[in-house]
Design a protein around this ligand. Structure first.
Ligand code: THU
Length: 139
């Protein structure tokens, strides 16, 4: 599948730029937008530890900065035999721009290890519609 190969290559390339001097845990992410654009990101740590950002956050920010709002597929690539799934905060970040069809691919250097939907990673989630419902109820 061409898109998946491209995403894999983009995440692998982004990971080589990861700035992770503190954890030494490099992560790359790449996403395919609804219009076919590919955006990538890597983790960017900081001497003030909590300020560091995840690879997924970088890829999503690049997508939004390009004027896009919808993730068709996102691939997260890290090292090791075990799976590195998005952290809780990144699940919520993905949730904002995902739909039921969005695929979340977990990979290491050898390839894809697993694929999830956002509902599998973040069930019963809070999202834009939840806020909207609350606004309507207040009127
Ligand atoms: N990290 C990511 O970039 N994405 C994930 O899905 C998991 C964790 C980063 C954050 C931090 O720079 C390092 O990995 C160790 O937690």
């Amino acid at each position: 599948m061409l898109a998946l190969d491209e995403l894999f290559a983009a995440a692998l390339a982004a990971r080589t730029h990861a700035y992770a001097p503190y954890s030494r845990f490099q992560v790359g992410a790449a996403l395919l937008s609804a219009t076919g654009g590919i955006y990538s990101g890597c983790n960017v740590e900081n001497a003030a530890y909590p300020v560091g950002t995840c690879a997924e956050a970088g890829a999503i920010a690049a997508m939004v900065a390009a004027g896009e709002r919808s993730i068709s597929r996102i691939l997260v690539l890290a090292e090791g035999a075990g799976m590195v799934t998005p952290c809780g905060a990144c699940r919520q970040r993905i949730r904002e721009f995902a739909g039921p069809e969005t695929r979340i691919e977990i990979a290491n250097k050898n390839g894809i290890q697993a694929t999830f939907s956002i509902d599998e990673l973040l069930p019963e989630s809070f999202g834009p519609a939840t806020l909207h419902q609350a606004e309507i109820a207040r009127k």
